[in-house]
Ligand binder design. Structure first.
Ligand code: ZN
Length: 428
């Protein structure tokens, strides 16, 4: 290792207790989403830590964003520390919200308990441990390299778990991720300390409704069952669409490997009468269903085009219609995200890869996420392509009971991030 690498590693090692304490401090603020609570508290807490490290801290409320209200304001933090000369800005973006606790915990989900080299709690790996690692990396870099070009930014943003519209999307719309302001983005999501996540597959959510005619259930021939129509749609999917999607594979290095094909999940189905209210003990009324709806979650590949993805479903519906004279349907778009994949020779990828090799003495794995995360907004709204996810923690533990993050993993990834900063900002 070079002298600079040694200095950076020593600065990270000297902050090991601070790294654990910061992770615990973040976990102990239960920023559950929904509803999106205590966002101001966590921004104030982290803002205090970053101000002490010489950052200028701005707290921004995403007023009017989905979910924002007086009871649950969508607060975001952006902190910036300028270098001594002009240069690029490296930005670490972490979401500060966590998902609901769920059942099956054996530790206090908001206790931040430390045991066997791990910190436990909801959000430990997804992604308060990653935020803490990036803050410690920045502190270590500033201590080892006070003379550097450009700027370091750290943001803690709201609502990633519910789409990011009160967080990164809102900030990106206000220019916070414009390429003239920020040149490199690292999102410390829990992808493991030796993997670089280049991007994600695309998403199309849609609702399909089949329509029929209501009638008495004892004389179904007088009506037209929307549920039977939907059954025909599902059969067509099973017979023709699913085999087609499974055979359509991508050059994107998606993990797990099962997600290297196009996928379709039927997220929900509903037809006929609504569920009876709790406590209702009577029988259902005999009716032919005049409406049936499914929600599709179609994940598509960078080789696919969203127009073709949608047209494929329309063509399927038209095939069913051709066989069923009374068949009527509607398709409603709910949500869509384009796939994105940062090039392997992008500067932030090259620097992070070199840092992983120096810290862990191995080549990084390059991966792509099956689902989306805030990179989608940085790519689409911010128009910034030089963005990756890199951070400590095991993705499979995210959203699970007894979520934890390893202290060694956080420290190693903080070293990688500190080396990456030194490389991109010419610290010396
Ligand atoms: Zn996350």
């Amino acid at each position: 290792m070079s002298t600079l690498d040694d200095r950076l590693s020593a600065e990270v090692a000297a902050r090991r207790d601070a790294l654990v304490a910061l992770t615990q401090g973040l976990i102990r603020i239960p920023t559950l989403n929904p509803p999106g609570q205590q966002y101001r508290e966590i921004c104030d807490y982290l803002g205090g830590v970053l101000e002490s490290a010489g950052f200028r801290v701005d707290l921004l409320r995403a007023r009017g964003a989905p979910g924002d209200s007086e009871d649950y304001p969508r607060w975001n933090l952006i902190a910036r520390r300028e270098g001594t000369r002009p240069g690029d800005c490296v930005h670490f973006n972490g979401h500060h919200d966590v998902v609901t606790v769920g059942q099956g915990w054996t530790v206090d989900p908001f206790g931040g308990e430390v045991r066997d080299g791990r910190v436990y709690g909801r959000g430990a790996c997804d992604m308060k441990g990653g935020i803490a690692a990036s803050v410690i990396a920045a502190q270590a870099f500033l201590a080892a390299c006070p003379d550097f070009a450009g700027a370091v930014e750290i943001s803690a943003t709201a609502d990633e778990e519910s789409g990011g519209y009160g967080g990164v999307a809102w900030l990106a719309e206000r220019g916070c991720f414009s390429p003239d302001r920020v040149q490199h983005v690292i999102i410390p999501e829990p992808l493991n300390k030796d993997r670089i996540c280049l991007g994600h597959r695309g998403v199309w959510w849609a609702e399909i409704e089949t329509q029929g005619r209501i009638a008495h259930g004892s004389m179904p021939f007088l009506g037209d069952s929307a549920i039977r129509h939907m059954g025909a749609v599902l059969a067509e999917m099973e017979e023709r669409l699913y085999p087609l999607l499974a055979g359509r594979t991508t050059a994107m290095p998606v993990v797990p490997e099962g997600a290297r094909a196009s996928t379709l999940n039927i997220n929900a189905i509903h037809g006929g009468e609504p569920e009876p209210p709790p406590g209702y003990t009577g029988l259902p009324a005999p009716l032919v269903a005049d409406r049936c709806r499914i929600v599709l979650d179609r994940r598509f590949l960078i080789e696919e085009e969203i127009g073709a993805v949608k047209a494929e479903i329309v063509a399927l519906m038209e095939r069913v219609k051709a066989r069923r004279p009374s068949f009527r349907y509607e398709i409603r778009d709910l949500f869509e995200v384009q796939p994105t994949m940062t090039a392997r020779d992008a500067p932030v990828v090259r620097s992070t890869a070199a840092a992983i090799e120096r810290v862990l003495a191995r080549q990084p794995d390059y991966v792509v996420s099956p689902g989306t995360y805030d990179q989608k907004h940085i790519d689409r709204i911010g128009r910034l392509k030089n963005c990756i996810a890199y951070g400590p923690g095991i993705l499979d533990l995210a959203h699970q009971p007894d979520e934890w993050v390893g202290i060694d993993d956080m420290a190693d990834s903080a070293r990688v991030m500190a080396l990456t900063l030194a490389d991109l900002l010419h610290g010396g």
